[in-house]
Write a protein that binds this ligand. Structure first.
Ligand code: FE2
Length: 374
């Protein structure tokens, strides 16, 4: 059964203050084309660039923005670098879930004193607009958390990036911020990383789902949701549980080459408009069976949105004591069955859609079976 644990925290005594998500950086095989895809399909605006033309020799990075979401797409310019090795091993995937802090040096020192795995010490990056200080610690797999201090910076993003205003700028689709980022780790490793976030950054366990909550006839998983002091950062962590067939988490681990970020949930305040626009632009979503919508009214009661429209779009609904939420999941956005996106609209609900797990995982397994991985 799902269990709620220590739901409230004293923000005034936050053990590791984080203002919010700073940016999410993906290492990709071809950032120029990925940038086109995320703009055209997902409605991001391309606002800055860093590469050989701006004096950086080994990589090219595109900064995309929509609402508060900053997505950095980085590709290696040669085969002999950490970035190239990351792409070779993982395909396109999340390298860095960067956290915005007030004091990067202090945050880094505190994290290390509490057992964080070091990636690099604080580095000062400066240009005419001031300075940004960035340190980094590791999390599961090859994923890292940069700790970004931008108190003394007036520029657009980071030193080295040049603002650009391309003629091609598709309209946004109403995405506002990153609601949560889910990690997949190996069997038996979930509690290790849960403890890591608790020890290093004072995160607390918001909700636990065991394999009885999240199981179908074939496969199952376990999940714990970790949240920081002000609840702006939420990191659910999944591990596979044994079932009759291969868990979707194992499929991810096989194709990603180890642990990593499984999905980013992006918030909208009008999911019907957002998903309609995304579908029109060619984004593919998982679909729920017709039976799901026959039972929906009884399960969630009265909601504002027309059920027929939700069914047409394949949007799922779940209710908790605080309200309800609407959510939908894309298919993986690369050929490997790895990273995908969730679109979520919260109408009071603070949970993660437990009532949808069965329909969702059956849809995922249908796709797994098509790939020959179930
Ligand atoms: Fe999610």
């Amino acid at each position: 059964m799902a269990t709620l644990a220590t739901p409230e925290m004293d923000v005034a005594h936050d053990a590791f203050p984080i203002n919010g998500t700073d940016y999410v950086e993906l290492y990709v095989g071809n950032a120029k084309q990925a940038s086109h895809y995320y703009r055209t399909a997902f409605g991001y605006q391309l606002i800055a660039y860093r590469g050989p033309e701006t004096g950086v020799r080994d990589r090219a990075s595109y900064l995309l923005q929509q609402g508060k979401i900053r997505l950095v797409l980085t590709t290696p310019l040669g085969s002999d670098s950490l970035i190239a090795a990351h792409v070779l091993k993982h395909g396109d995937g999340v390298r860095d879930y960067a956290l915005w802090v007030d004091d990067a040096r202090e945050a880094y020192a505190t994290a290390l004193a509490r057992g964080a795995i070091a990636v690099h010490e604080p580095v000062v990056h400066s240009d005419a607009d001031g300075e940004v200080i960035i340190a980094a610690i590791a999390t599961y797999g090859d994923t890292i958390h940069s700790l970004v201090e931008r108190t003394n910076y007036r520029g657009l993003f980071l030193p080295g990036f040049r603002a650009i205003t391309p003629r091609y700028q598709p309209a946004d689709v109403g995405l506002k911020y990153v609601d949560h980022c889910v990690g997949n780790v190996e069997l038996g490793q979930m509690n290790r990383w849960v403890q890591y976030y608790a020890d290093v950054m004072g995160f607390r366990n918001l909700i636990t789902f065991d394999d009885e909550d999240i199981s179908t006839e074939y496969s199952s998983l376990m999940s714990k949701v970790m949240a920081n002091g002000n609840d702006k950062i939420k990191f659910p962590i999944n591990e596979p549980a044994s079932g009759k067939k291969k868990s979707q988490i194992e499929e991810y681990l096989d194709f990603y080459g180890g642990p990593g970020a499984q999905h980013l949930a992006l918030a909208t305040d009008n999911i019907i408009a957002t998903v309609t626009a995304l579908r029109d632009r060619g984004v593919e979503f998982l679909t729920a069976p017709t039976s799901y919508y026959r039972e929906l009214q009884d399960r969630v009661g009265v909601i504002d949105e027309p059920l027929a429209r939700l069914e047409e779009l394949g949007i799922l609904v779940d209710r908790d004591p605080d309200g309800y939420l609407l959510q939908i999941f894309t298919k993986p956005v690369e050929d490997r069955p790895t990273l995908f996106f969730e679109i979520i609209q919260r109408k009071g609900a603070k949970s993660f859609g437990k009532g949808n797990f069965k329909a969702l995982f059956e849809a995922i397994e249908a796709e797994q079976a098509l790939r020959g991985n179930l």
